[in-house]
Design a binder for this molecule. Structure first.
Ligand code: PEP
Ligand code: MG
Length: 318
């Protein structure tokens, strides 16, 4: 089976009815780019930059160190696009002891983009490092846990300010596309207004499930209730894909759902054409794509969406 899958590495990811599907990799370190290329990824859909910031004994990486790391990821992808997500700390991804977690409830507290916007100097240090790396390849900038219009405004303003700072210094930087993670239900519901400010969106199903169902993704006691096939979760995912496709903007799923082969046909049926996942999942998902006919999957996916228990409809089809 492993060998058979390996032969798919250079096979273009296209459905039976000719729909091109982009299969991207999630990485946590620049060195993971090698595995992504080996797995046949056509780019990085999610570089979780927070791993550069964690386990640092109280001192965060500066602009040069960050620039080197982002450039290494860009170089490692050999010209393929790299989506770099700005620091996403809090709750399941704590910074080190040197930084105290002050939130009453870390999952609902000052985390991810909220933390970045509260620490604008730190945020722009990261933005400058990413913009400079963008001079060496195709880079997209992705912001975690966006949920307010005013956050979209502030993000765009901070990016412009970071560019102005680089201009003042005469430093080279590249053009980037801006994207928002859709991983808070409020963001999914108002995605059309957010999309006015962003070039693309990426659905973070791990957090979208957590926040939609009020299930702590790290709590074993409620793990049995963490359900990617809950109709409310599927409804939000479907709504975001449809809105983005409608508005002619790119939409990707970069949560675990994207690498789950039991979900591939459903997501294709809902109109998704870009998946980002752990490199080890890419060839298995590609195999599902190659066997899929989206013309048949589309009406079936709508039936799954309408079901009281979508899991039953899914099970009946496999
Ligand atoms: C997600 O929430 O689905 C996601 C991709 O981000 P992370 O798992 O890093 O929170
Ligand atoms: Mg997330």
């Amino acid at each position: 089976e492993r060998e058979r899958l390996a032969r798919l590495r250079h096979t273009p990811s296209v459905t039976l009815d000719g729909q091109k599907v982009e299969l991207l990799a999630n990485i946590e370190q620049p060195s993971d780019a090698a595995a992504a290329v080996r797995a046949g990824a056509v780019g990085v859909g999610l570089f979780r930059s927070e791993f550069l910031f964690m386990g640092r004994e109280g001192k965060l990486p500066g602009e040069e160190e960050q620039f080197e790391a982002y450039k290494a990821a860009v170089d490692g992808m050999q010209g393929l696009p790299v989506t770099i997500r700005t620091i996403d700390v809090g709750a399941d991804k704590p910074l080190d002891k040197g930084f105290k977690e002050t939130s009453l409830n870390p999952a609902l507290g000052l985390r991810a983009i909220r933390w970045s916007l509260a620490e604008p100097a730190m945020f722009r240090t990261q933005l400058r490092a990413i913009l400079r790396a963008a001079a060496f390849g195709q880079v997209h900038l992705l912001f975690p846990m966006v949920s307010h219009q005013h956050e979209a405004h502030s993000i765009v303003a901070q990016v412009k300010l970071a560019q102005a700072e680089l201009d003042a210094r005469g430093a080279a930087y590249g053009a980037v596309q801006l994207g928002a993670m859709i991983e808070i239900p409020a963001a999914a519901i108002m995605v059309r207004s957010l999309l006015k400010h962003f070039d693309f969106v990426s659905i973070g199903t791990n957090d979208l499930i957590q926040y939609t169902l009020a299930i702590d993704r790290a709590d074993e006691a409620v793990a049995h209730l963490y359900d990617p096939l809950h109709p409310a979760v599927l409804g939000l995912v479907a709504q975001v894909i449809e809105a983005a496709n409608d508005m002619g903007k790119q939409v990707c799923v970069c949560g675990e759902m994207a690498g789950d082969t039991s979900m591939t046909r459903l997501l294709l049926g809902l109109g998704l054409r870009s998946f980002s996942m752990h490199p080890a999942q890419i060839l298995s998902v590609k195999q599902e794509v190659l066997r899929a006919d989206t013309r048949k999957l589309q009406p079936w996916a709508q039936a799954v969406l309408q079901a009281d228990v979508p899991a039953d409809v899914l099970a009946a089809a496999s």
